[in-house]
Write a protein that binds this ligand. Structure first.
Ligand code: IVH
Length: 683
């Protein structure tokens, strides 16, 4: 490559890699597959190595010389005692063998022992235990310092607040234990289902969702999603002997301390044994609780690790061998456009069915208009489909060599495919939307959501039935469900009496569904089932919710006044009811006989002995159940919340208290026992 050309390519690649680093680490929304990213980064590193002068001329900073940076707004930054380095990686067996040759030369011996571990596709964190107590959890950040996510990490049920001691495992005075925070596939799917119901964008894979969750500023929301953790790595340790002498020994200690660690690891002597272990891991990894994208090969001896040392970025004693993502090529037959409940237009690839990671794939997401344009995906192309994080198939690229002359660039529709209204792009959004609230496809999805099991549960209002009712013009809004007439429904076919009566009975029964089901069914942005329950408890009726102003949700210094409802949700609710049609709908529903069952209002006495006092409960009380304690506090005018903050008045602690006790102590919140609590209540 010519000098000027090389310099330009280096500069371009640096910009491109930096853009993807930003998307992956900070925005947790990667635009390309890991493999494509690794390929770009590898090309850049190779060019920088073969053209050092040009690399220098292209500027001092290169993403190849740094680890990605995950730091986000709103967290305190903490320095790691020992830097959290990144790992060199490869997709090739030959390069893995070269890694061993290099180490053998460096250390002057062939018979090196290694540990082979799964490479977990999560979010790197460093957890510090002092004298066996969890004191801090920090993300990798830029490797030197990261975000303090202790409060969120404490919501991880499998992460103990204190380490187990004992003969098998001497407890260090201080240890930084490193690992990955992740979400199981089941939890990922549960959360995405809820987001779909709430009209929110879906996360592409568990890793992004785990990363997004750990970086939430509201620990209560974090606690609702069940994060998990797996620990495998060693940072600072005092005394150093407490970590053991080998990586394998350290993993055993991590387990003996009561920490979740890798499900399996192999101790292997020589590179052939390493390669065999890598193969075995590849066969076993699909049964693990976490997603794995490779094997990490580490020198077993900690002394030899030290001798081998590190470069500025990665240790010389470890190497990741990455498994190729499961990918298949197939024909892109068509691109269809789905119109969502909120009007978002999502392009979907209609594929010639192909088997990928054990399942047949015939549709894949194309994300949005910009993604199609960026990858220049055309109908008739042979495309590569990949299971990102082994979950949702996505089209990752095009085989240009197989592009025929008939393939013309894809033009994203300017009109809604359902109603023909011109599509719009809202400021700050990538998505295009159909702005017509009466769009039949949007109405169909809204009605279906409203009638679904997760909302007011109208049996018989399935996809085909809803489509037919809209087609006939009988349903234009949610209220029309309650205006359906038996004589009209009977014209839908022969022998439909029984199904018609069943449907009408289900509609009638739904009128007395619980309030939260209606709130959820209205399809307010960001309001999923959990938020709907909190809102139902706070407002008691649809009318009260529709009338609520911002002051009802947010207090001084932006503090949230309703348990579980933050500023984003509050804004969405207000925006929803700013639309006169949505206010009218509430009145119409009432008029049509809808009368939701409201939860029993909490009796809160404004002048009781605990008026305005905020309690947190932890541990088991000797004489009261948790429910009894909550009822007494509320009856006396106090409030119970889930986590300790500066605003907490008292922590009421019983036997076996959790981490809340420690948090109370660190924030100097008074801790009381049951006897003192009863005294506060006045006997
Ligand atoms: S050891 C100094 N072991 O992969 C060596 N890392 O792509 C540090 N990772 O930054 C890493 N599983 O966050 C190690 N078994 C494992 C791992 C692992 C996942 C992560 C880690 C690292 C990244 C590099």
């Amino acid at each position: 490559m010519e000098s000027a050309q090389a310099q330009k390519r280096i500069a371009d690649l640096r910009t491109e890699v930096a853009r993807h680093d930003e998307l992956y680490y900070r925005r947790t929304a990667p635009a390309i597959s890991d493999q494509d990213y690794d390929r770009l980064k590898r090309e850049l590193a190779d060019l920088e190595a073969s053209h050092p002068d040009e690399a220098r001329a292209a500027g001092p900073d290169s993403p190849t010389q740094a680890v990605g940076d995950d730091r986000a707004e709103g967290f305190q930054v903490r320095r790691h005692r020992l830097p959290m380095q990144s790992l060199d990686n490869t997709y090739s067996e030959a390069e893995l063998r070269e890694f061993h040759e290099r180490l053998a030369r460096l250390l002057g011996r062939e018979d090196l022992g290694y540990v082979v571990e799964p490479k977990i596709d999560g979010l790197a964190v460093s957890v510090t235990y002092e004298k066996g107590r969890l004191v801090r959890a920090v993300t990798r950040g830029n490797g030197i310092e990261g975000d303090d996510v202790t409060a969120n990490a404490r919501t991880i049920r499998s992460l103990p607040a204190s380490l187990k001691g004992g003969a098998a495992a001497e407890l260090p005075d201080l240890v930084e234990v490193r690992g990955e925070v992740y979400l199981t596939l089941a939890e990922f799917q549960r959360i995405n289902r809820e987001r779909e119901e709430a009209g929110l964008e879906l996360y592409a894979n568990p890793r992004n969702l785990a990363a997004g969750t750990l970086k939430l500023l509201d620990s209560r929301e974090v606690a609702r999603r069940r994060l998990e953790i797996v620990l495998y790595g060693l940072g600072a340790c005092e005394p150093a002997t407490a970590a053991g002498a080998t990586q394998g020994g350290y993993l055993e200690r991590v387990r003996a301390w009561g920490l979740p660690t890798v499900e399996k690891f192999w101790v292997a002597r020589g590179i052939d044994a390493v390669w065999a272990a890598v193969g075995e891991l590849d066969r076993l990894r699909h049964a693990f609780a976490y997603a794995t994208d490779g094997a990490v090969v580490k020198l077993d001896s900690l002394a030899l690790q030290k001798e081998a040392g590190s470069t500025s970025k990665a240790p010389r004693w470890a190497m990741a061998y990455k498994f190729k993502a499961e990918r298949a090529e197939t024909l892109l037959r068509a691109i269809s456009i789905q119109v969502g409940r909120t009007g978002v237009l999502t392009p979907v690839a209609e594929l010639e069915p192909v088997v990928l990671a054990g399942t047949t794939v015939s549709r894949a997401t194309l994300h949005n208009r910009d993604e199609i344009a960026r990858k220049d995906i055309r109908v008739g192309d042979t495309v590569q489909v990949e299971k990102a994080g082994e979950v949702i198939p996505a089209v990752v690229g095009v085989d240009l060599r197989r592009r025929g002359p008939q393939c013309v660039p894809y033009v994203f529709p300017a009109l809604c495919p359902s109603c023909g209204t011109a599509v719009v792009q809202l400021e700050g959004e990538v998505a295009l939307r159909c702005p017509n609230a009466d769009c039949p496809e949007q109405v169909r999805r809204r009605v279906q959501h409203f009638g679904s099991k997760a909302c007011v549960d109208i049996d018989g209002l399935g996809e085909a039935m809803t489509a037919a009712l809209i087609e006939k013009g009988w349903i234009r809004s949610l209220a029309d469900i309650y205006r359906l007439r038996r004589e009209d429904l009977l014209t839908l076919g022969k022998k439909v009496e029984k199904s018609t009566d069943n449907l009408l009975a289900a509609i009638e029964a739904s009128k007395r569904a619980e309030l939260w089901r209606f709130i959820h069914g209205l399809g307010i942005q960001h309001v999923g089932a959990a938020a709907a329950k909190d809102l139902a408890a706070a407002f008691g009726s649809l009318e009260a919710l529709a009338e609520a102003r911002m002051e009802r949700f947010v207090g001084e210094k932006k503090s949230s006044l309703i348990e579980g409802i933050g500023g984003t949700i509050a804004q969405a609710i207000i925006a929803h009811f700013n639309d006169p049609r949505n206010r009218t709908l509430v009145a119409e529903l009432r008029h049509l006989g809808v009368s939701p069952v409201a939860p029993a209002p909490r009796v809160i006495s404004a002048d009781g002995p605990l008026a305005a006092k905020v309690f947190v409960l932890t541990g088991t009380l000797p004489g009261l159940t948790r429910e009894e304690a909550v009822a007494r506090i509320e009856a006396a005018g106090g409030k119970v919340v889930g986590s300790v903050s500066k605003k907490t008045s008292y922590v009421l602690a019983g036997a076996d208290p959790g981490s809340k006790l420690e948090k109370a102590r660190s924030l100097k919140v008074p801790v009381i026992d049951e006897a003192e609590f009863l005294r506060l209540l006045g006997g």
